[in-house]
Design a binder for this molecule. Structure first.
Ligand code: G16
Ligand code: MG
Length: 217
């Protein structure tokens, strides 16, 4: 049977969260405030606009619409500087192994990310050719936990949502997968991702036998 396997990007394929954190932190510093790593958890899987809104609220700061746009550009320019230095050594453990196993078994493979920089990152780490479809922050109007990004990904690989499996590291992303009626697999801590159907620390814990079961389910 051909099923659809949809991968989130940040936190699942690569750890770009550390670069988002650096760039947002420097932006906050330039406005005279700071935020913590715990607060940063709330930015994972969240769109660029929503991230800046949260950060400004943490700093009790309001800005004009023009200034808001300028701040987003400033942050993204710094972030892209970090992305440009990325290479395939930054791919998280066993991701290529799982992608290759799915391909050998003729499964649909899609990306479902909130990032507008997703294609650029996949090119840098040389994984772009592994995906049959890429749905990212440029293609959706509603952010996770809305299921739009995953429903679009399913349709791009012509799979019924109920025949799709989503790999996600964020709470909002797991909720989006569940709302799309897909199997949700959390990558990270069970305490944080308790709404997922299954949770693993990383792909080294996911056996080929388990993936075969998902395919034949
Ligand atoms: C990622 C990150 C978020 C980031 C968002 C938008 O989502 O987890 O922290 O704010 O993309 O990124 P950009 O500014 O590049 O458009 P995901 O869905 O890949 O985990
Ligand atoms: Mg993520």
């Amino acid at each position: 049977k051909r099923k659809g396997f949809i991968f989130d990007l940040d936190g699942v394929i690569v750890d770009t969260a550390k670069y988002h954190f650096l760039a947002w932190k420097n932006l906050a510093h330039s406005m005279g405030f700071d935020f913590t790593e715990t607060q940063n958890e709330q930015l994972k899987g969240v769109s660029r606009v929503d991230s800046l809104n949260k950060i400004l609220a943490w700093g009790n700061t309001t800005v004009s619409e023009d200034k808001f746009q300028a701040l987003m550009t400033l942050k993204n320019d710094e972030y892209l500087g970090y992305i440009d230095k990325m290479n395939d050594s930054e791919i998280l453990i066993d991701v290529p192994k799982v992608l290759d196993f799915l391909k050998q078994n003729n499964q649909g493979i899609a990306l479902g990310s909130a990032s507008k920089n997703a294609r650029r990152i996949l090119e840098k780490v040389k994984l772009i050719s592994k995906f049959d479809a890429i749905v990212d922050g440029n293609d959706v109007s509603k952010a996770k936990p809305d299921p739009e990004v995953f429903l679009n990904a399913a349709s791009a690989i012509t799979c019924d949502p109920k025949d799709c499996v989503v790999f996600e590291d964020s709470v909002a992303g797991v909720q989006a997968a569940n709302r799309a009626n897909m199997i949700s697999i959390g990558i990270g801590s069970r305490a944080v991702l308790h709404e997922a159907d299954y949770v693993f620390n990383d792909f080294s814990e996911i056996s080929e036998g388990f993936i075969k079961e998902l395919i034949n389910q």
